[in-house]
Every structure is written in structure tokens, then in C-alpha cells.
Design a binder for this molecule. Structure first.
Ligand code: 3HC
Length: 325
């Protein structure tokens, strides 16, 4: 259905319905699956929720790769739980997207054929154990900043999914920061690993919030519809303001010579990431992009028998119900 929707050229909407819809949004009403909604609203939600779901699932890969190499049984158990949480987040989000008339299979196929994206951050590899710390501290930290406001997003099923996800993300961030504390208080080599991970993942973390507002094609309309609550630059600035004191506490340096407290703005000035690199990653040219999609493709093919068995089981059950009637 979604594939048909995106091919469809038909964009006409009844102006009266559009105005009434916008009035509901402005009044802070929640939109529910059976309510009338503009085609563009549905399409934008499917794109954003689908991309978000894919990010949670693809986001399991860099950490999953470290489960067998975690430095202690406790760290292994924590990491395992965290990776399982991410799978759960993906499922809540696929379910939220399904309420808009798109199936999880369709969404997955669109990820695999390049029609849909996943977060740019997961196209970077996790090279050392310190990356597990930085992933929790910065990447989950950025995810929380972006997702806490989404608990107030206008689409009911998305907002409700975000409530549980955010609770778990804050545990994820704290476990990442805890790894960082251990690393910076360890040997000189461990502290060096922590600094190296920060150096590599700082700018990719800033990219997570999306392109600068001036280049963000969807922000204006998405904010009017309260699909997005804050702009990309607003959240990026908040992230920098929040993270700099944490890096200072850890005794680590943010790799930015232009980082400076601006008294007038009551915020940090900072360097922008290399946006050409960001757009290149979105094209599938990140250092781990090919690996990520290959891993998802293999999982999709390996899981085909499970999907087929479940369909066969459901059909058998339905036949039994019909026969009993
Ligand atoms: N990675 C990949 N693509 C991105 C991106 C990113 N970091 N930021 C923006 N884009 C894409 C957009 O999808 C859009 O492409 P499209 O038109 O082809 O779909 C294009 O770049 C232009 O960007 P916009 O600013 O116009 O896009 P949005 O309005 O959708 O804003 C967003 C981007 C802020 C990421 C928004 O979609 C959002 O808030 N999404 C929900 C949160 C989310 O998806 N987070 C992903 C990380 S979740 C996670 O990391 C898991 C956790 O466990 C760590």
C-alpha cells in the first residue's frame, strides 16, 4: 500500500478538511489511526517512523558485534540486555507504522532496496570497547534529546511508543557513561581509547540530528503538523551544551578547536560537521554502510522460513475456526 502511495501523484486534499485537521493539531489533539489525515501527514509519518524503526534494528549491529568481547560477565549481560531493548524499540515502532497502513515486510523491503534510510550514525564502525561507552553516552544521549519531545508528537501510536523507548534509552545512556568513567580512570591506554572513540564519533553524533535547518526539507511542514517538535539545529545545540560539561567531568577533550562558551547566547559555539560527508553517508557510502545492509539482507533471508511457518500456522488456525463454526 505504501509503495502505491508514494508512486501516486494525487495530492489534492479538501481544504476544509485540511483546516479542521490543522486546528486539531494546533489545539494539541492526538491524531489516532482511524481519524482522517492528509496524505502528506501519513506519508511523512511512515517515512519518519519507518526510518526510526530501521535505525533501532540496524543500531543493534555495532553493539551486537561486541557482546562476545565484553570485558566482564556483567558488561556482557548489560550489553546483551541493551541490544535486546533496541530490538524491542524497533518492534514498537514497526507496530506504530503498521497503524498507518504499511506492513513491516514492506518497510523492511524498502530498507533493503535503498528506498528508506536508517540513521547515519550506524554507518560508522565500532572499533574498540570504548566505542560501547561512546555509543551509550553520545549516541543514546543524542537519541534521548531527539526522542523525549517526540513523546508529545501529534500521532498517538508514535507518541505512546516513544514513552517506553525513552525510559529505556536513559538507562542506555547511563550505562555508556559508566563505561566511560571506568575507561578514563583506568590505564593510560584505556584513557587513550576513550579519547580516540570520542574523536571518531563526535561529528557523526552531531549529524544524527539531521542537516542544518536551512537544508532540512521536511522540518517546516513536520513542525507545523507536530510530527517534529524541535528543529534539527535546536536539538544539536542542546546536545552540545549538555555534553561539553560531561566531557570535562571525564577529563576528555571534544575534538573541536572552535568550541567556546558564548556568554551572550548562553550556549556553546561549535564547529559544524562536514555536511558533504553526511550526505555521502546517506547515499550509502559510509564506512560500514555496505556491511549493515548486507547483515540486514542476510537476516531477512535467514528468517524467511520463520515468516512462512507463522503464516502457515495462522492459516491453519483460521481454517480450524471456520470449520468449527
Ligand atoms: N540519518 C539518516 N538520514 C537522515 C538523518 C540522519 N541522521 N537526518 C536526516 N536524514 C534524512 C531525512 O530522512 C531526509 O531524507 P528523505 O527526505 O530522503 O527521507 C533528509 O535527510 C532531510 O532531512 P530532514 O531534516 O528534512 O528530515 P527530518 O525532518 O525527517 O529530520 C530527523 C530528521 C531529525 C532524524 C527526524 O526524522 C527524526 O526526529 N526522526 C525520529 C528519530 C530517529 O529516527 N532517530 C534515529 C536514531 S534512533 C537511534 O539512534 C537508536 C537508539 O537506540 C540509539
Amino acid at each position: 500500500m505504501y509503495a502505491q502511495m508514494i508512486k501516486s501523484e494525487e495530492t489534492y486534499e479538501d481544504p476544509k478538511k485540511l483546516m479542521a485537521f490543522q486546528a486539531r493539531i494546533d489545539d494539541g489533539d492526538r491524531i489516532e489511526p482511524k481519524d482522517w489525515m492528509p496524505k502528506g501527514y501519513r506519508k511523512t509519518l511512515i517515512r519518519q517512523i519507518g526510518q526510526h524503526a530501521h535505525s533501532e534494528i540496524v543500531g543493534q549491529l555495532p553493539e551486537g558485534n561486541w557482546i562476545t568481547r565484553a570485558p566482564s560477565l556483567e558488561r556482557k549481560a548489560i550489553l546483551l540486555a541493551k541490544v535486546q531493548d533496541e530490538a524491542g524499540h524497533g518492534l514498537y515502532l514497526y507496530c506504530a507504522a503498521e497503524t498507518l497502513g504499511v506492513s513491516r515486510d514492506e518497510l523492511t523491503e524498502m530498507l533493503l532496496n535503498g528506498q528508506m534510510k536508517y540513521s547515519s550514525i550506524f554507518s560508522y564502525p565500532a572499533l574498540t570497547w570504548a566505542d560501547m561507552g561512546v555509543i551509550g553516552w553520545l549516541i543514546d544521549g543524542a537519541a534521548i534529546l531527539n526522542q523525549v519531545p517526540l513523546q508529545r508528537t501529534s500521532y498517538g501510536p508514535y507518541a505512546r511508543a516513544m514513552v517506553r523507548i525513552c525510559k529505556e534509552e536513559s538507562f542506555h545512556q547511563r550505562q555508556g557513561f559508566d563505561i566511560m568513567i571506568k575507561m578514563v580512570n583506568g590505564t593510560a591506554e584505556q584513557k587513550h581509547m576513550a579519547q580516540d572513540a570520542l574523536n571518531r564519533l563526535w561529528y557523526p553524533s552531531l549529524m544524527m540530528f539531521g542537516p542544518p535547518d536551512a537544508e532540512s526539507v521536511h522540518s517546516e511542514q513536520s513542525m507545523r503538523w507536530k510530527i517534529k517538535i524541535n528543529s534539527n539545529d535546536e536539538l544539536r545545540q542542546k546536545f552540545v551544551n549538555q555534553t561539553v560539561p560531561q566531557a570535562e567531568y571525564l577529563g576528555l577533550s571534544i575534538p573541536d578547536i572552535n568550541l567556546n562558551w558564548n556568554e551572550r547566547k548562553q550556549s556553546y559555539d561549535f564547529s559544524q560537521p562536514d555536511w558533504s560527508e553526511f550526505f555521502d553517508v546517506l547515499e550509502g557510502n559510509g564506512p560500514a554502510s555496505v556491511d549493515r545492509i548486507e547483515a540486514r539482507q542476510a537476516a531477512w533471508e535467514d528468517g524467511a522460513w520463520v515468516r512462512e511457518a507463522r503464516i502457515a500456522h495462522a492459516e491453519k488456525k483460521n481454517m480450524a475456526i471456520l470449520a468449527a463454526e
